[in-house]
Design a binder for this molecule. Structure first.
Ligand code: AMP
Length: 597
């Protein structure tokens, strides 16, 4: 194993490395730094975040640029503002002894004028998000016509986020003879295309296997009924009292909803997604870094660039639409030499995705059961006992000791311990007493249909409206904001069709179609009785109606006296008794976690 000196780094950088406390170069640094220092070549590197890749391109770039010149010589493109700022900070730290160095971050959501002023001072290195960079090029506020080095960091993520055109447009403003260094955690087709089209004979470096997750992370999945997802999440959190986690949801709405429910239930949680203002996101991230938030609920996009090293658990509340994204999610834990756990809460219809992910990450998942109520009580009790055991005595209490002793004069040690622990334990015990088993068996099926956990719907559009099963599925997925596999068993007839979703999406589907007009006509969706192929359907109020192939006219006329029907149905639905969940109480007597600071 080489040292940083042996890699060929100069004294200014070595001094900074010593200050930072880096002892030995990481694998990606060992492989990339010598090549980049010696040759003017393009480079494609497959490496996860947390492997030290910023330094792998940062050190050579800092050593090669001319800090005496004010010309912009290096451009680094990264997918998010957070990552952009993180890279800028790292480069400033690495280059703290490079006199005259000016590294400037360019990203959306902040003042263009301020950023332009900083560039004007002479920035040798610009770190940018593609959108803002393109904007500033168009406004001639930045000149990248003389750069010698360009870095595409987290290329897969930038392409995932739809930056392909921005990137190509930006690169068209750079000289042909520059070197391009591409870093990516995975190598989907799109990244390979960029490498082919924009790079010349690149050196390829792989750290670990392509798409492989870091070896420090173990992968677990928990099979539950879709409707129990949230309860399962709480149990996973309760079974890990010291959890410090990122919880991934698929949409911004689910992210917000799950975070709000967790907060309501007394957990120290926060939401991170694109509908929050930059200021709100900064505050949440600050609280998370300071560990005031134990459970950060995030969308994939917002979670990019979270540079927190000691995340213990990643919880996939829902699997991502693109299974490749799983690698990014799980890579949030197991960083900087630590171990981590990536948990997936799955419904039966998604089990096959687990197999696909296993193929991608080249690792096996362990199927685990959601901890039972009594197991959680035990964990909580022992965690409390350990905490009490390790607590430093606060001698301010000494003054009151006599009074307290007097109160417990007749209580022996065992009794005192029992009473003491009951204060905290009884809450959990009462909540979990008789709680049902949330784990479901995998045996019946894993193909996403007919599991008993899905709902079949009737919809009054069909072939006559130009749909086939694929286009109807796409249409439904898009308007309902559902994932790739969330709409299934689509069966298109002449003037109506059927489709299924998971039970957990039932409310979303019915609510959406309560008053939905498309191309000037009402689109009506009702629950069908028959789970399989076409059959009789049931109105939302529970009445059965004949499910024959009704003409649109007939449906439309039924729809015209609709407002009354609709409100009636709505009323019935909301008045119907909520499903009783064992252990579930109204908000106030749920076990609430004491907030941790
Ligand atoms: P990155 O993969 O660039 O996001 O780096 C992950 C973290 O590892 C950052 O906090 C770096 O400061 C740190 N790091 C980078 N290189 C080394 C090294 N050789 N030894 C120890 N820590 C490092």
């Amino acid at each position: 194993m080489s040292t940083f000196q042996e890699l060929g780094l100069n004294a200014d950088l070595i001094n900074a490395i010593e200050d930072l406390g880096f002892k030995t170069p990481s694998e990606v640094q060992q492989k990339a730094i010598p090549v980049l220092l010696e040759e003017e070549r393009d480079l494609v590197t497959l490496a996860q975040t947390g492997t030290g890749k910023t330094a792998a391109f940062g050190f050579p770039m800092l050593q090669k640029i001319d800090v005496g010149s004010r010309t912009t010589q290096g451009l680094i493109l990264s997918p998010t503002r957070e990552l952009c700022l993180q890279i800028t900070n790292e480069l400033k730290n690495y280059g703290k002894y490079c006199k005259g160095l000016n590294v400037v971050a360019i990203y959306g959501g902040a003042s263009v004028t301020d950023q332009a002023k900083q560039i004007k001072k002479g920035a040798q290195i610009v770190v940018a998000t593609p959108g803002r960079m393109k904007d500033m090029i168009n406004r001639k506020l930045v000149d990248i016509s003389k750069i010698q080095y360009s870095v595409l960091d987290e290329a897969d993520e930038m392409l995932n986020m739809g930056f392909y055109e921005d990137i190509t447009s930006i690169l068209s403003h750079t000289p042909d003879d520059k070197s391009t260094w591409l870093f990516s955690a995975t190598m989907p087709k799109e990244v390979a295309t960029i490498a082919r089209d924009f790079m010349y004979d690149p050196i390829e470096i792989t750290v670990g296997n392509k798409n492989e997750s870091t070896s420090q992370v173990s992968h677990e999945y928990y099979l539950v009924n879709g409707r129990d997802r949230y309860l399962a999440l709480k149990r996973l959190a309760d079974a890990n009292p010291d959890i410090f986690s990122v919880i991934f949801c698929r949409t911004k709405r689910d992210t917000q909803r799950v975070a709000e429910k967790l907060i309501e239930d007394g957990y120290s949680a926060g939401a991170l997604h694109g509908d929050l203002s930059q200021n709100q996101r900064d505050l949440v991230m600050k609280a998370f870094r300071n560990k005031q938030i134990q459970m950060l609920v995030a969308t994939d996009v917002a979670a990019r660039g979270i540079d927190v090293d000691d995340i213990t658990h990643v919880i996939n509340y829902q699997l991502p639409d693109e299974i490749e994204t799983y690698t990014h999610r799980s890579g949030r834990t197991g960083r900087a030499g630590k171990t981590g756990v990536s948990m997936v809460i799955v419904a039966k219809s998604e089990v096959r995705k687990i197999k696909s992910i296993e193929r991608i990450i080249k690792k096996q998942f362990e199927k685990k059961d959601i901890p039972s109520g009594i197991e959680i009580c035990e964990v909580q009790l022992m965690s409390l006992a350990n905490k009490v055991h390790n607590t430093e005595v606060n001698h301010e209490i000494d003054t009151y000791l006599n009074s307290i002793n007097a109160l417990f004069e007749d209580t022996d040690k065992d009794e005192l311990i029992k009473k003491f622990f009951s204060v905290e334990f009884t809450r959990f015990f009462n909540y979990y007493k008789g709680a049902k088993d949330l784990t479901v068996s995998e045996s019946r099926e894993s193909s996403g249909s007919g599991s008993g956990d899905d709902v079949r719907y009737f919809i009054n559009v069909g072939r006559k409206d130009g749909y086939d099963w694929m286009s109807l599925k796409d249409f439904l997925k898009e308007i309902l904001e559902l994932g790739r596999d969330d709409v299934f068993k689509v069966d298109v007839k002449d003037s109506f069709s059927f489709f299924n979703t998971e039970k957990e999406n039932e409310k979303k589907v019915l609510d959406f179609f309560t008053d939905f007009k498309y191309n000037g006509r009402y689109v009506n969706v009702e629950i069908s009785e028959n789970k399989g192929r076409s059959g009789r359907k049931r109105s939302r109020g529970g009445k059965r109606r004949d499910g024959g192939d009704k003409s649109h006219g007939e449906r439309r006329s039924r729809r015209s006296d609709h407002s009354e029907n609709r409100s009636e149905r709505r009323g019935r639905r909301s008045d119907s008794p909520k499903p009783r969940r064992s252990g579930s109480r109204s908000g106030s007597d749920r076990p609430r976690r004491s907030r941790r600071r």
